[in-house]
Write a protein that binds this ligand. Structure first.
Ligand code: PLP
Length: 410
């Protein structure tokens, strides 16, 4: 980065570098690679641990966002358990976060997996009264705590329908009408329930939780005093600077006092927010008319799929908004996809092939979501114990690509 980023970048995604220039810190790492910042993880853990201590709520790690299990011991002291969305995450939480609770929510369970799931899970949350009817009695017999995901029909994220489980026609969670209809035919269902679960937020502050809790109260408040627990789902951006912790605590206390329930939260992002980096190098620089482009050795489509899916513009060390610094580039990946664009960024100096760049906030929804489209290698994953001290957690090669596509007939 030779002087490109002089002056450092102290924004939250890069706070873990303590102002040290990345080109010095990461010079010996291969490109591309993911780096998970243990000290930042621990800071997030401490904050969430304090929340649990102050309020009596239990905080779970939603593994869909972050499941680099080598680092589970860093978070273990602060969490009550893990949340899984499928069989393998449930097993991972069971194996790698020993002696902690295992909670599972899946939009629909499979008969051929359910028995194994029961061997890992403590709490099982069903998405519909039909699933509760089908699987609830067997799970109850095995001593599991059962819940139903509800849909409070209260959208708090306009323009983000892909992340809004309360959007019209949503398949996620039972509305009060759906629940009442099921109970009118199967009143015994209610006895199976130990708790209710809702998940409606995405990267939001606690004002959205407060208004959602009011909607839950007006739709389901009569049922809650008969429950043992209430799970407020994920999407709480608790570890982001400026998050309104007081309102979150008020919501937790309100639910506990009013309905005498154990409150659970199951954030994913918040545990690993701003605790990871993606190291990359410029492979080529191109100009098309007025547009300056750089092709990197990482791909949005393969290595940070939420950039396209969400979509969002990931933070890049030392860069500015387009036009803010003298040289603006559109950064893209090496794949065939025309839309494999990471974003437009500006720089102090022109980019050149070989330049090292560093994306921030890359611990979440990356390593657990990446893919090998176009035959792109998966980047290795490193942990940074402290600035400059790295250990490699895993390495990928051709076999990882090939084995997912076939093999000798079995
Ligand atoms: C049911 C459920 N719980 C928890 C989470 C974690 O959300 P986040 O990583 O935004 O905190 C999600 C995310 O989609 C979810 O669907």
């Amino acid at each position: 980065m030779g002087g490109q980023f002089a002056g450092g970048d102290l924004r939250p995604p890069f706070a873990g570098l303590l102002g040290q220039p990345p080109e010095k810190l990461i010079i010996n790492l291969p490109s591309p690679c993911y780096v998970i910042d243990e000290e930042q993880l621990k800071k997030n853990g401490e904050l969430l641990g304090r929340l649990a201590e102050d309020t009596g709520c239990k905080v779970l790690l939603a593994q869909k966002a972050f499941s680099n299990f080598n680092l589970y011991p860093v978070l273990a002291p602060y969490l009550a358990g893990t949340e899984a969305s499928g069989l393998y995450e449930a097993r991972l939480g069971f194996e790698e976060m020993p002696k902690k609770e295992v909670h599972v929510f899946c939009a629909a369970y499979r008969e051929d997996e359910f028995e194994e799931l029961l061997s890992y899970a403590d709490h099982i949350v069903f998405n519909s009264p039909g699933q509760l009817l089908k699987f609830g009695p067997a799970a109850k017999e095995r001593g599991k705590s059962l819940g139903l995901r509800i849909n409070p029909e209260h959208s708090t994220q306009e323009g983000h329908a892909i992340y809004d489980p309360c959007a019209p026609g949503s398949r996620l969670g039972a509305t009060r009408a759906q629940l009442d209809d099921a109970l009118s035919h199967h009143p015994q269902l209610f006895k199976l329930l130990d708790g209710l679960h809702f998940h409606t937020l995405c990267e939001q502050d606690s004002d959205a939780l407060l208004s959602t809790l009011k909607a839950v109260e007006s739709g389901f408040g009569d049922l809650l005093p008969r429950m043992q627990w209430l799970n407020l789902g994920g999407g709480h951006h608790i570890t982001r600077p400026g998050y309104d912790m007081d309102t979150l605590k008020q919501c937790i206390h309100y639910a506990q006092d009013k309905w005498n329930v154990q409150v659970y939260l199951e954030p994913g992002e918040a545990w690993a927010l701003n605790a990871g980096y993606l190291v990359t190098r410029v492979l080529d620089v191109i100009r098309n008319g007025d547009t300056h482009l750089a092709i990197l050795d990482v791909s949005a489509a393969c290595h940070m799929p939420d950039v396209l899916e969400m979509p969002y513009r990931p933070p890049l060390y030392g860069s500015g908004e387009p036009g803010e610094k003298p040289h603006t580039y559109r950064l893209g990946g090496p794949t065939c996809l025309a839309g494999d664009i990471i974003g437009d960024y500006s720089f102090n100096k022109p980019l050149q092939a070989g330049d090292l760049l560093l994306f921030g906030d890359m611990a979440i929804y990356t390593t657990c979501k990446n893919n090998t489209f176009n035959g792109m290698p998966l980047p290795d994953i490193y942990a940074m114990e402290k600035p400059g001290k790295f250990k490699r957690l895993t390495h990928f090669g051709y076999e990882n690509f090939k084995r997912r596509l076939g093999g000798r007939q079995v």
